[in-house]
Design a binder for this molecule. Sequence first.
Ligand code: PBG
Length: 328
Amino acid sequence: MQYPSTRKRRLRSSAAIRNLSQEHSVTVNDLIWPVFVLDGFNRTEAVESMPGVNRMSVDVLLDLLKPLYENGLNAIAIFPVVDRAHKSDDAAEAWNPEGLVQKAIKTIKSTLPEILVITDVALDPYTSHGQDGIINKNGDILNDVTIKALVMQALSHARAGADMVAPSDMMDGRIGVIREAFETKKHHNTAILAYSAKYASVFYGPFRDAVGSAANLGKSSKASYQMNPANALEAIDEIALDIEEGADMVMIKPGMPYLDVIKIAKDHFNIPICAYQVSGEYAMLQSAIDHGFLEEKAIMEALLCFKRAGADAILTYYADRVTQWLNP
Ligand code: PBG
């Protein structure tokens, strides 16, 4: 049936009918808030390349988290800012039971036991060279040596009380060995969110400033383990392998430039899909908003597009603000 009996504009003619016919929406249940955690007490530092985002000591974070949790925020993802003195070639600080992340998990879970604490499993905050893995003399990232270290890191997070670990390193086989270690050590309910399709992206630049790994990494790249931005079908293989190895949820990262990959993942798999609106996406939006070039409404539109593409959950540095907007 065509015009005039079919008029697509009828369903757009009032707010009420638009609401009724809306396919997707963003709710506070979809949000995961990534936070940069500092050692010490009462410390807040602005991240220059991410205006409006701070690095915080855990006490400061907790003061912010309590009201957000009351307003429905379910989950946070912890990223540590590690002192240079704790970085080494073998990244041993990553599995220190008294390390920054491990202490942060314990403090947060003892104060807000119901909030889901997700931790990043990767060595880059702890390596002197800023790579996610352990390297040999030539600078090659050693897969099988690295995944042994990742198991120790993941176990230390589980022991500290993390609800979910999120391996973001892109080493082969790491989900399987972490799942096996969790089962052996009786962490049956510690979930794994696999960064399955993580691309070698320049959109991570501001994050590397935030956690202080940019200088260590220098001009080296992560292209020998993170995915090639030119590939989409390869993501299907990566995700299938991680699901077989025991992933409970999978991540696509970055987010907005990779919405097609989210869609492909959703079409192929019946597992929750997370999308990461990464630091560079945040920096682009927020600097345009701060300059008055974009309306702040751009934030909700961007998040809605993640849902439309098929994401079930979204990691976003806006999660704190969006929680307040949705549940004032
Ligand atoms: C490190 C890690 C990175 C991000 C999350 N975990 C950076 C990288 O791989 O270099 C990026 C997040 C962001 O840009 O917001 N394993």
